[in-house]
Design a protein around this ligand. Structure first.
Ligand code: FAD
Ligand code: NAD
Length: 402
């Protein structure tokens, strides 16, 4: 008798944690497990704004998959998924094709451009390790170029625009506030020649989040030289400038779009039923009509049964979904009761660069400054601990608050 084949696509938070949980629940005799990922490393998506600003080294944010997943038990394939053929139970990769009995789709997010002209061509986005590294180097290159060619230099080379003041945009501005003074020193450029402008369509930053905490974040960032243009929608992106509001042009050497994310486009192309670009899944995390497919993390749209409000696309959610997914795959193989996913919101903490942060914790308490920063580091280290135990925390962790 052949063993069932479980294929997982994407080694982000959801894919890594589900693989870990499956290894705990299933023996080598129970099933074959294959994990497919674009790179041979897993990265901390939640640290990418730090990589993009250059406040942490790239290698700190990534972990070799084979360092934390037993490659004797899991067939790890480094390849790019091109197509999911759900009706023939096949997955097309760049270099091969796979068939599966159970499929876990955890391919994460990509930038949502909302049809804004020029966004795909001219905007950077904090999306993966390679893009983030490119942003870091592009910003530094603007400084070097500005200082190198005094005759042709243009002040706007030193302007950085961050489009969107959601959590990604705000956390990234916090890192820039730390990094830019260092670059100014390195390239002998006065800080006041550099502009960092956050452009947000709504009238406040972090729309929908606790207003007191948002106000705290805004003040912290303004004090450290971040300018805000609130109530200002970005309408078009051109090479070297953006168009906002009623046609005003703002020139900038760097434009980073943090205006929103959508599911990896492969899930839409596979023909699943979508809401806002994400696959509708039920509380067992499966799309209607496909009992052997689980869709996790930023690829799926899961409603809270009680409130009918979708859960926010966060790492916290992706990690929690892994438990339910692994349990349910075990159930499908061996029988038992399927588990319904229930999100346990542990709060939201955002870093603001350096020692500053703010957020809410599970009991609704608000944290500010160093206290929030310590909590943020605890959250990050907790994940590393779950993934790779104390060894990984020591190697990559943030146990030192500063
Ligand atoms: P991801 O973590 O995005 O992983 C997807 C994986 O799939 C990646 O490894 C990728 O390489 C791989 N992949 C993609 N396409 C292919 C392909 N075609 N073939 C093969 N492999 C592929 N959430 C929080 O809860 N707390 C935070 O503090 C927080 N901070 C954030 C900071 C930033 C800068 C950003 C951008 C997001 C942050 N988020 C945070 C949101 C969080 O990172 C996402 O919700 C989370 O990463 C989703 O996890 P995932 O497993 O669905 O996908
Ligand atoms: P988002 O959708 O939360 O925020 C996008 C922001 O861009 C919004 O404020 C929106 O009003 C603005 N915007 C959209 N179009 C615009 C336009 N044309 N012009 C100007 N502004 C525009 O996206 P995000 O910040 O990337 O967050 C994605 C997900 O990741 C969220 O669920 C978030 O909670 C999560 N996240 C969490 C943390 C954390 O917990 N610390 C950090 C980063 C991201």
């Amino acid at each position: 008798e052949t063993k069932p084949h479980i294929v997982l696509l994407g080694a982000g938070y959801a894919g890594m944690m589900t693989t870990k949980k499956l290894l705990q629940k299933l023996s080598a005799q129970d099933a074959d497990i294959t994990l497919v990922n674009k790179h041979n490393y897993h990265y901390q998506t939640t640290w990418l704004h730090e990589v993009a600003a250059g406040t942490i080294d790239v290698n700190r944010s990534r972990i070799m998959i084979s360092d934390v997943i037993d490659s004797n038990r899991v067939h790890i394939i480094q390849d790019t998924v091109l197509k999911i053929d759900k009706d023939n139970k096949k997955v097309e990769l760049s270099n091969s094709e796979l068939t599966y009995d159970y499929l876990v789709i955890s391919l994460g997010f990509e930038k949502a451009s909302f049809g804004i002209s020029g966004m795909d061509e001219h905007a950077f986005s904090i999306q993966d390790v390679n893009q983030s590294r490119l942003i870091r180097d592009h910003i530094e290159y603007q400084f070097a170029k500005y200082q190198n060619d005094v005759e042709n230099r243009d002040e706007s080379m030193l302007t950085i625009i961050v489009g969107g003041a959601g959590f990604t945009g705000i956390e990234f501005c916090g890192e820039l506030a730390e990094r830019i003074p260092e670059l100014c020193k390195k390239y002998d450029i006065p800080r006041n020649q550099v502009r960092i402008i956050n452009v947000e369509g709504m009238d406040s930053i972090l729309p929908g989040f606790d207003p007191e905490l948002a106000e705290y974040a805004e003040q912290s960032l303004r004090t450290r030289g971040i300018e805000f243009r609130l109530g200002t929608f970005i309408k078009e992106v051109k090479e070297g400038s953006i168009i906002v509001g009623e046609g005003e042009e703002i020139r900038a050497g760097t434009f980073i779009w943090t205006g929103g994310v959508q599911a990896n486009r492969l899930v839409g192309e596979a023909g699943f039923e979508l809401t806002k670009g994400k696959v509708n899944v039920d509380n067992t995390l499966r799309p209607a009509g496909y009992e052997d497919i689980f869709i996790l993390g930023d690829c799926s749209w899961v409603l809270d049964k009680e409130t009918a409000i979708p859960y926010p696309p966060t790492a916290q959610l992706a990690i929690q979904e892994a438990d339910t997914c692994a349990h349910n795959i075990h159930t499908l193989i061996f029988g038992g009761t399927l588990q319904e996913f229930k999100y346990d919101n542990k709060g939201t903490v955002a870093s603001l660069g350096g020692r500053d942060a703010m957020g809410t914790v599970f009991d609704g308490r608000k944290l500010y400054g160093i206290q929030a920063k310590v909590m943020k580091n605890v959250i990050d280290d907790r994940y590393l601990f779950m993934l790779g135990g104390p060894k990984l925390v020591l190697k990559k962790g943030k146990f030192r608050p500063f």
